[in-house]
Ligand binder design. Sequence first.
Ligand SMILES: [Zn+2]
Length: 101
Amino acid sequence: MGPGDVERGGGADGITYTCQICGKTCTGYPRSRYCVQCRTTVRRETQRKSKARVAEKQREDGVMKQRGTGERPSAPSLGQIAVRARAQHMSYGEYVAKYGI
Ligand SMILES: [Zn+2]
């Protein structure tokens, strides 16, 4: 194995290790497991996953909040219709007939 096999910028200070993803031989620190390229990829992937996890959590929270109210904005409940009808001094039947709910 000659100097040409060692990753550029390595040098005598580091130890030689094999990237656990692509199998490339690199020189670096004893704790290193991946080459520079794969390390960057792994880090990006980890960030992407953690962001996706946060987004999913927020989505779940939103669903929970919607379920918590028990009301869908597009479909007013009978109680809501009755309140609106009363506010306009109409009966429930008159309100439904007028607004077609
Ligand atoms: Zn690699």
